[in-house]
Design a protein around this ligand. Structure first.
Ligand code: FO1
Length: 445
């Protein structure tokens, strides 16, 4: 069993001079104790140096459009992290404030021997890591704990489609899709003050509706077991929103409460027909890692400038086409359109923080069809997804929206009004799905 972390997962952010204190893992994207390469690497280094080990999480009171439900879900998972770490003799610090300011101040006090951070291609995180590593005196190493094939190893450049990316990932899969080493009880225990979670929620979490999904590693694995038993075999029906054949794992994957690698190993070894297993692994591995590839190499990953050239041109050519309906952000947010299927999807999103994957495409494509410009459509879709979706503010979300509205990772189709050659999706795709009437009735009545 390989216990060291593959060097292709590591990026040195700062050479630095080791301090006299513990090794610290600044946890951010991968908020779990099990199956976490960043934590495994931090423990390996702490054992080598004979030092204590601690995890630090910095709670940013504002993170994009995130609301109460996101903080509830995230903090619920972090409580479990603190408990599991305590049983392993690993410390846990929860800091509150802007990470770029709070972490240098608080971490310097601990004089770390090494600072480990996890990989995240989004610009806020890139900026946090750059500021923190510049401010720290100790060595700083980034570990890609989110992807099975590390993003930087999968490809050195922006890929244009799954077709060009898939072979690069598959070629490396055998070296990376391996079981995780177990964390050890740390021989140099560090006992930290228990976090007063009630105070944290009151002090830091923004207002808004509470979370409806049960958070944390345990709940994530329960969800996976349910999916294996009742959804996986029917994954072929995943595009039928009423079939309920999807995994519902995306909020847990987004907050890193379960490892995609651990999910992939579990699904791959589960006795189920090959076709749905392959289809699920394609989404979990190729599509998800393609989203990180896109956000890592495309700075405009959430705007019109990030979509392919052919799509920018075709949308420009159809900029003056007449829009049969025109809605502004307030109307979209209030689900006050003429289309009751769209309204039902938006109401489900606002009420539960989730929306069925296939409906998401329809939802985004209608925003293109009935917004004044493609730029406004992207801004609206990003805002609504980040504000309400539990798995918003994620590379998957930005890539999904640009796929729907701007043909990202897709190809030109038959030209039509407003869309140009961007793939169209009409209501007919759903009308004949038996469950849709019930879905609309549920959310519109
Ligand atoms: N990461 C942090 O390190 N600190 C935070 O306070 C924080 C808040 C947060 C709220 C909503 C959300 O969707 C994500 C949030 N994240 C936070 C980042 C998250 O851990 C993920 O890394 C990214 O959103 C996905 O790349």
């Amino acid at each position: 069993m390989k216990t060291t972390v593959d060097p292709r997962r590591l990026t040195v952010l700062k050479a630095g001079t080791p301090g006299s204190g513990p090794v610290i893992y600044w946890m951010s994207r991968d908020q779990r104790v099990s199956d976490n390469w960043a934590l495994i690497h931090a423990q390996n280094e702490a054992l080598k140096k004979g030092r204590p080990l601690a995890v630090a999480f910095c709670l940013a009171p504002r993170f994009g459009e995130a609301s109460r439900r996101h903080y509830d879900f995230m903090l619920g998972g972090l409580r479990e992290v603190e408990e599991k770490l305590r049983r392993l003799g690993i410390g846990f610090f929860l800091f509150i404030g802007d990470p770029a300011v709070t972490l240098p101040r608080e971490l310097t006090k601990l004089d770390p021997a090494l600072l480990v951070c996890d990989f995240d291609p989004l610009r806020e995180k890139v900026c946090w890591r750059a500021t923190v590593s510049a401010a720290m005196g100790c060595p700083v190493v980034e570990v890609d704990a989110h992807n099975i094939v590390p993003a930087r190893a999968a490809s050195p450049k922006k890929e244009y489609a799954a077709a060009t990316f898939r072979p690069k990932v598959n070629r490396l899969l055998a070296e990376f899709l391996l079981p995780f080493p177990k964390l050890k009880k740390h021989p140099h225990p560090l006992v930290t003050k228990p976090v007063d979670w009630e105070a944290v929620v009151l002090k830091a979490a923004p207002a808004g509706p509470a979370s409806t999904c049960i958070p944390g590693e345990k709940a994530a694995w329960k969800r996976l077991e349910q999916f294996l038993k009742s959804g996986l075999a029917r994954y072929g029906d995943r595009n039928d929103p009423s079939a309920d054949a999807t995994s519902h794992l995306s909020p847990y994957l987004h907050f890193g409460q379960i490892s995609a690698q651990a999910v992939a190993l579990t699904v791959r070894d589960y006795p189920a027909p090959t076709a749905p297993v392959e289809a699920f692994l394609e989404q979990l591995i190729v599509r998800r890692e393609l989203a990180d590839n896109f956000c890592l190499y495309e700075p405009h990953y959430d705007s019109f400038d990030g979509i392919p050239g052919w799509a920018q041109k075709t949308l420009d050519d159809h900029r003056t086409d007449k829009r049969l309906y025109l809605y502004n952000r307030a109307a979209w947010e209030a689900a006050a359109t003429h289309d009751e299927l769209w309204n039902a999807a938006q109401r489900e999103l606002v009420a539960t923080g989730t929306m069925h994957g296939y409906l998401r495409m329809y939802w985004a494509k209608k925003i293109l069809e009935w917004s004044a410009t493609p730029e406004a459509a992207i801004t609206t879709a990003v805002y609504l997804n980040d504000r309400y979706a539990l798995d918003g503010r994620d590379p998957n979300g930005y890539t999904g929206i640009l796929w729907s509205i701007g043909g990202l990772h897709d190809r030109p189709w038959f030209t039509r009004s407003v869309f140009g050659a961007v793939r169209f999706m009409g209501g007919a795709a759903f009308r004949n799905k038996l469950g849709m009437k019930g879905f609309v009735k549920k959310w519109i009545s």
